[in-house]
Design a protein around this ligand. Sequence first.
Ligand code: GLA
Length: 377
Amino acid sequence: MALNPSLSPTPPMGFNTWNRFAGSINQDLIEETMSAMIEEGLARLGYVYLNIDDGWMAPERNPQGELVPDPERFPGGIARLAERAHAAGLKLGIYSCCGTKTCMGLPASYGHESQDAKTFASWGIDYLKQDWCSVPYEDFPGKSHREVAQELYGRISQGIAATNHPMVLSMCNWGDGESWQWARGIAHLWRTTSDIADVFCGETPQGAWDVVRIFEKNSQLDEYAGPGGWNDPDMLEVGNGGMSEVEYRSHFTLWCMMAAPLLIGTDLRRLDLSTRSILTNADLIAVNQDALGVQAPVVRQTDGVYTLKKPLAGGDWALAVFNASETDKTVEIDWTTLVQPGNHHIKDLWSGKNEVVQGKTCVDIPSHATQVWKRYS
Ligand code: GLA
């Protein structure tokens, strides 16, 4: 039994609690975020998954062996939140882990895979992020990390399929065992890197990666992404305060070009203007959600400047030029070789400016900035 790939024809979009709130989550936060997703117009733009990450469960399973929500922080239970989300036109996501404990040390799914899938289905859960902490490798003597991951993600995937309840499965083993090579069919998206830090380029908390490092890794894996299954370079940090506006725009643009899941990770109850304008860029969201589902390959890389080209349904394309270097650059763009000869009607997806280009043009791209255009035929 395989997962239903029609649940993720384009990369999932929504919100997840972890990047901003870590383990400090409760029912009020989820309900307030739910309202904000509607009131801020985010749901209308496609951000429909409201995903609860680690920290929702009680420290012990119930006598039937089932996971239960922490009674103090989620007194109304999860099923009620799912009902409310559905009534508002949203979907509810939840978190568990393949190991014996979650990364926060709470009960996880090892040995309970089909039971947990059933519990989540009975609550009306639409999306499960399955993590990779406390994995008992000693129970699989002679097996490689890849084989153990295939076995354990296979179990939860089968468990979900057996419920017949539509549920997106997000695999979160940080790319261990080159998961992109075998995850399609088991999961709808799979992490390709370590956790993201709210840092564009530079020192990060231990174990976390900055945006540039994540981009450099994930951008090489374009051949594995496509309708039904997506590379996941981790959730968005846009709005969390560790980067400049230019850097957050680059982060968002690159994730859109790489057909990455767009999971907002900031406090939606207090959105500032700049954060809102980035997350609600409808032209870029359309590039991310394009039906062809191509992850833009890097078509040119020189001197710390990356050019990505994303073919779009209907024969158009988006082109992004990212200056990852520490100096401002003037970049020559040869439209004839990068795309095709002729006049191109293009729109700058940040300024909104339309222009016609042909042959070669030069653009100034400040350090850490990304310029992105879409061709309209
Ligand atoms: C891991 C995951 C994160 C988050 C935390 C929760 O580090 O990669 O995305 O889910 O666990 O503990």
